[in-house]
Design a protein around this ligand. Structure first.
Ligand code: KIV
Length: 278
């Protein structure tokens, strides 16, 4: 059966049908191709790109141009997943005009289907403006890595009643502003459950328990490709880092001992032609 491209409307329908939404990050063509082939619903070209692929300490340095470059590659690989461009630090909270312009770049230049941005009540007018411009927005609340200095580090959010109430208010204000979905990061599971029950739009959790309408993981965490820091909530499904290291070791060994290339990897010339060479 012909597979249809996933849209924000489909994702919202999945919540109503009680069908869990699957989301992973991807930053390049080969990973997007595999995620698309596996049947992932949403690919996030996350600003985690800054750390997992570009080697920065945190997500702040990644630029709009870098995000566009990687989103283009993902869009070439994933033809069925909903592609979300993650708006980098200072690309949307300076003015509504700049927010609409940059969200528009993700759609026009990079082939994204929607954007994600961090913040709750404080960015609701920005979300409203982007949505009014015809661009679907996913909100991101709880632990918001772009404001890590304000939060005092990578910590679980909403641990007391006041902080939990703020998360609920943030989620409701994003929904009211027109966000098609809300991502909850590092939030106690019972609070994520309350948010999920109160919202009509789907919640996507990362470190937010099993009651969210969907789950997201950073693909480098789940594949064991990023070991500088692994959050408690990241399940490692395979240790590709080790598999790759073993392959590199074998290659070094082969080259040094003459085990590579073998005959099958080499090109040949007719013996007669060889004999003619002076
Ligand atoms: O940038 C990112 O990878 C994220 C995660 C929460 C999935 O925003």
């Amino acid at each position: 059966m012909e597979r249809k491209k996933v849209t924000p409307v489909d994702v919202q329908a999945m919540k109503k049908q009680g069908k869990k939404i699957t989301m992973l990050t991807a930053y390049d063509y080969p990973m997007a191709l595999l995620e698309d082939r596996a049947g992932i619903d949403i690919i996030l070209v996350g600003d985690s790109l800054a750390m997992t692929v570009l080697g920065h300490e945190n997500t702040l340095p990644v630029t709009m141009d870098e995000m566009i470059h990687h989103t283009k590659a993902v869009a070439r690989g994933a033809k069925h997943c909903l592609i979300l461009g993650d708006m980098p630090f200072m690309s949307y909270n300076t003015s509504e005009r700049e927010a609409i312009y940059n969200a528009g770049r993700f759609m026009k230049e990079a082939g994204a289907d929607a954007v994600k941005l961090e913040g709750g009540v404080g960015v609701k007018e920005i979300v409203r403006a982007i949505v009014r411009g015809g661009i679907p927005v996913m909100g991101h609340i709880g632990l918001t890595p772009q404001t890590i200095s304000m939060l005092g580090g990578f910590k679980v959010q909403g641990k007391d009643a006041q902080a939990a109430q703020k998360i609920i208010d943030d989620a409701l204000s994003l929904q009211e502003a027109g966000a098609f979905s809300v991502l909850l990061e590092a939030v106690p599971a019972p609070i994520a459950k309350m948010v999920t029950e109160r919202l009509t739009v789907p919640t996507i959790g990362i470190g937010a328990g099993v009651h969210c309408d969907g789950q997201v993981l950073v693909v480098h965490d789940m594949l064991g490709l990023f070991d500088r820091f692994t959050p408690k909530f990241a399940k490692k499904y395979v240790n590709l880092g080790e598999v790759i290291l073993k392959a590199f070791d074998s290659y070094i060994d082969d080259v040094r001992k003459g085990g590579f290339p073998e005959d099958q990897h080499s090109f040949h010339i007719d013996e007669k032609e060889l004999g003619k060479i002076k």
